[in-house]
Write a protein that binds this ligand. Structure first.
Ligand code: N7H
Length: 455
């Protein structure tokens, strides 16, 4: 059975806290760092076991992960068996369709980031205190390269990302995990998320077991520009005001309303009760009653939710022809091996009144995107490259994912958004999500940290 004391906390459940700091560092003195990793860092690393019971979880939590150049700096030469990880995110830019590195944070351009420390807590003070202690104790064995401060949005927007939509609803659960899955939650083989577990078909060094690859991306969101686009292009469905038509367009781009209610279950209006009900808000497959799989040729298949909608592009459910039936507990056995566990958190300030009136972003905000998987090529990279960026997925005319689909900065065609004319193509000339770059990391088990990484 899964040893939850050995798996870092952020991987399966997420260190869900109001404040999170991503501290990117390079290793200056490997020998000293290894010694301190064991004596200073390891005692602070939070395990999954520690947060299963949210009422007793520590108030300040820490996780740590290393890039390929970090492993090399530590003289860990075993091949982890993941090509995107080995090459680093910068080399993967062509697969991701970022428009070059012009928008990248300069520190992500290059290979000098050896690792990342994730610090999560209820207050910025706690985060800063723990960071200060760590920095003092690690001394000159590391150098700070870059850090990103992230925070849950205030008040009623807590849990919502900057466009305003509730996030963190649908993440896969792994087999054998004791928590009961929510209806509609994908249940995937443990090895799809954790390296070396059943379902991970790649040859790995023994010490890599129960680690996971962490994809980090700093994704800027142009919120005033996104809102202007919705206001300028309301869907003119009968009975809807212009405002409601704009909200409908946004909801169809995501596949959910701002409350989290899926458009497939509530096609014309938001339904906050549904959005907040975790027994119902993920319980759908895109299949109509009486059907066993989505009929991709029937235009009506996207009347409730466009094929291009962000959540449908990134988890097509029964569109892949494998609904596999609801299991007894209502969860759905994963119908592909392309699942990620997302653990992102917003960064940057709320939209100012000046930005709102000018419809122009003046201060950067976005999503500190975090995704875990045992195989980046099957996980994040697959979702981004072969689904979101692929205009021919899931049908020849679907177009791009309007939220994250990337076309190297060029315009993106999206179809299915206008429910009064599902064949209509809308051309997006702005990327509402702009990649500022990132890195690929490996988040080792606690036992690997105490042996391989500190030896
Ligand atoms: Fe997405 N958004 O607000 O628009 N995402 N995402 N994502 N995303 C989801 O269901 C968003 C990004 C996935 O199981 C929701 O939990 C934004 C990347 C997957 O049905 C919302 C950004 C990738 C799912 C957003 C962003 C994904 C998902 C609904 C960037 C992978 C679950 C909440 C700034 C390459 C699908 C929920 C499922 C859900 C948004 C990035 C993937 C609201 C703003 C880069 C797999």
């Amino acid at each position: 059975n899964l040893n939850l004391t050995d798996v870092q906390a952020d991987i399966l459940l997420g260190m869900k806290k109001d404040k999170e700091l991503f501290f990117f560092f390079s290793i200056a003195d490997a020998k000293t760092f290894k010694a301190k990793l064991k004596t200073v860092v390891l005692p602070l690393v939070t395990s999954t076991d520690q947060i299963i019971n949210r009422t007793t979880e520590p108030d300040t939590m820490l996780n740590i992960a290393f890039s390929q150049t970090g492993l090399t700096a530590l003289n860990i030469t075993d091949n982890l068996g993941d090509a995107p990880f080995a090459g680093g995110q910068l080399k993967d830019i062509g697969n991701l369709n970022d428009p070059g590195t012009t928008n990248w944070v300069p520190q992500f351009v290059g290979t000098s980031i050896h690792g990342v420390i994730l610090l999560a807590s209820s207050s910025v003070d706690n985060v800063n205190t723990e960071l200060a202690t760590l920095k003092t104790k690690l001394g000159s064995s590391i150098k700070e390269v870059y850090s990103l401060e992230a925070a849950a949005r205030p008040g009623t927007q807590q849990g919502h990302e900057h466009f305003g939509y509730l996030d963190g609803i649908s993440n896969p659960s792994v087999e054998g995990f004791q928590l009961t899955p929510f209806p509609g939650q994908a249940v995937v083989p443990t090895g799809e998320i954790l390296v070396g577990e059943s379902g991970d078909k790649v040859q790995r060094p023994a010490w890599a077991k129960d680690g996971s690859f962490l994809v980090f991306r700093q994704l800027e969101q142009l919120v005033p520009e996104f809102n202007k686009f919705l206001m300028d292009n309301p869907i003119r469905a009968p009975g809807l005001t212009a405002r409601q038509g704009s909200d409908l367009l946004g909801a169809r781009m995501i596949g959910r309303w701002k409350s989290g209610a899926p458009v497939f279950l509530s096609p014309l209006h938001d339904d906050p009760v549904l959005g907040g009900d975790n027994q119902r808000n993920n319980n759908f497959t895109y299949v109509e009653p009486g059907q066993t799989r989505t009929d991709l040729k029937d235009p009506a298949s996207e009347s409730k939710c466009p094929f291009s909608a962000h959540i449908r592009k990134t988890r097509p459910r029964a569109d892949l022809g494998l609904p596999e039936g609801n299991s007894n507990d209502g969860s759905i056995k994963g119908s592909s091996n392309h699942h990620i566990v997302r653990g992102g958190i917003p960064y940057g300030p709320e939209v100012s009144s000046d930005e709102a009136t000018s419809s122009k972003t003046k201060t950067e905000r976005g999503l500190a995107f975090v995704a875990y998987q045992s195989n980046i090529g099957n996980g994040f990279q697959f979702l981004q490259k072969l689904w979101a960026n692929n205009a021919g997925f899931v049908t020849g005319t679907t177009g791009f994912d309007p939220i994250i689909g990337a076309n190297q900065g060029s315009a993106r065609d999206v179809s299915g958004l206008d429910l009064t004319n599902l064949n209509r193509t809308i051309t997006l000339t702005t990327d509402f999500v702009v990649s500022r770059g990132g890195e690929y990391f490996f988040s080792p088990s606690l036992s690997a940290l105490s042996t391989k990484f500190s030896a």
